[in-house]
Design a protein around this ligand. Structure first.
Ligand code: GDP
Length: 449
């Protein structure tokens, strides 16, 4: 981290302005070398300067240079940002001059990595930065912003503090067993406190499902026997011809994945090959896959034909959906009614062909996921897969300790286990980490972030 890094922080392409960012000990010195007639040596922090970037005596661009001195910067190092005219040639040229004059090209996410390593943000907040950049809806943006602002970290820190209190109480008991006016930490009390902690972790994990759904999208599958209009419906929902629509039964064999935004909901759609009884080998691969997809999905859009009586295939699919979040889409409502819909639940009547009532599908989905209610909560959710995996491990460990207590595990052994759990919680916010994890995490950022 001794070297000074530089990168283009705006998207590559033509735009009104582009920003080249420099961070590190020599940031101010290096930019001074390529700036017209000015040395920033004495420039106060957080000031903006007008001038030209120079390549020897040639003007490269007319720019604004922002000087930000450590430690009140994103990376806690000296940071200089050059606002140049947007344009690939100009921006690249400025970056090249910075590299020639002593900067190193930043790796993806290296600015944020430095912010983390210099203690400006913790790991959860760093992950929040990435989620903020990648957020696709207003609500996922809010969730990410809460994470960047430290709300999720605080939630984890609170759990850690509670655990620390339990541990310190145990220590008092071990160290001063004769010290009577300190409340005796009986084994029952430890167990109560741990049970309390377990409930809180459990709640965080359960609620995280909402966050996950809102941030990463609802894994949605469209099922139904061939020819009921699944592909047509998918096309109608997406508004583009991504799925193959055909009259020949069973030709939509491959899963077509697409992302659909319905207000604050993201649906990750998979068009299945359709579930039906079949002898055809190739077909049956698709059928098996559909059954598997139903199990993996958060939401199933089950399509039936308004113009046909429910068949045994329809009923078989319905049977598989019993304990699932699903909507029955009764399609082709532009034709005559033949469907015996008294057997159906959660129905929406649409026509994919004539674009009738398609909006109702979104409303129904929001209803199922209780979106209105979620929108009024404070949206502090643990959403990163990494953190969730650790927290699940924490939950299991707390449960194991409680079992140990029931089996008269010695108290000093309990204490050791609890300290391990405390460390594990620390991994979520990055109190301890390994290099590989960091490299892996930050490499998913863009260059310049
Ligand atoms: P899939 O096999 O379930 O994917 O069904 P397709 O989307 O390929 O549709 C099968 C046939 O039904 C095509 O000829 C579509 O044009 C037709 N179709 C789809 N939706 C409707 C609808 O709402 N009304 C009518 N009348 N025909 C439809």
């Amino acid at each position: 981290m001794d070297d000074t890094i530089a990168a283009i922080s705006t998207a590559q392409g033509v735009g009104a302005i582009s920003i080249i960012r420099v961070s590190g000990f020599d940031a101010i010195k290096i930019v001074s070398r390529i700036f017209s007639n000015k040395d920033f040596k004495d420039a106060p922090s957080h000031t903006i300067h007008y001038g030209y970037i120079m390549d020897d005596n040639d003007k490269v661009d007319e720019v604004l240079v922002t000087i930000m001195r450590a430690p009140k910067t994103f990376t806690k190092e000296d940071v200089v940002e050059i606002n140049a005219h947007g344009g690939i040639m100009t921006t690249d040229k400025i970056l090249e001059l910075l590299l020639v004059n002593g900067c190193r090209l930043a790796e993806p996410g290296e600015f944020t990595k430095r912010a983390f390593l210099n203690g400006r943000i913790d790991l959860t907040e760093a992950e929040g930065v990435m989620e903020l950049i990648n957020s696709k809806t207003d609500i996922s943006r809010k969730i990410a912003l809460n994470q960047v602002g430290g709300k999720v970290s605080n939630m984890i820190r609170k759990l850690r503090d509670e655990l620390a209190l339990i541990i310190s109480n145990i220590e008092v008991n071990i160290d001063y067993p004769e010290y009577e006016d300190i409340e005796e930490m009986t084994i029952n009390k430890i167990n109560d406190n741990l049970s309390d902690l377990e409930n809180k972790i459990d709640k965080i994990l359960k609620e995280s499902k909402n966050g996950e759904v809102l941030t990463n999208g609802i894994k949605t599958v469209i099922v139904g026997k061939p020819n009921v209009g699944k592909s047509s419906l998918l096309n109608r929902l997406i508004g583009e011809d991504k799925a193959i629509v055909t009259d020949i039964r069973g030709t939509t064999r491959d899963s077509v994945e697409a992302t659909l935004r319905l207000d604050n909901l993201i649906l990750n759609l998979i068009d299945t090959a359709g579930i039906r009884d079949t002898d055809d080998l190739v077909e049956s691969i698709g059928v098996d896959k559909s059954v598997k997809l139903i199990d993996q999905a958060d939401l199933i859009l089950f399509v039936v034909n308004y113009n046909e009586k429910l068949s045994s295939e329809d009923l078989a699919i319905l049977d598989k959906l019993k304990d699932k979040n699903y909507i029955t889409i009764v399609n082709k409502c532009d034709l005559d009614k033949k469907v015996d819909d008294d057997k159906l639940k959660n129905t929406v009547y649409v026509s994919a062909l004539k674009d009738v009532n398609i909006d109702e599908i979104g409303k129904k989905i929001k209803n199922i996921f209780n979106l209105e209610k979620i929108e009024t909560t404070d949206l502090t959710y643990l959403t990163s897969a990494r953190s969730l995996a650790i927290l699940r491990k924490v939950l299991d460990s707390v449960k194991a300790v409680r079992k140990g207590i029931e089996n008269n595990y010695p108290i000093d052994m309990v204490e050791i286990d609890l300290k391990d759990i405390w460390n594990l919680l620390g991994e979520i916010i990055g109190e301890s980490y390994d290099e590989e994890l960091l490299d892996n995490l930050f490499s998913r950022f863009c260059v310049g972030k």
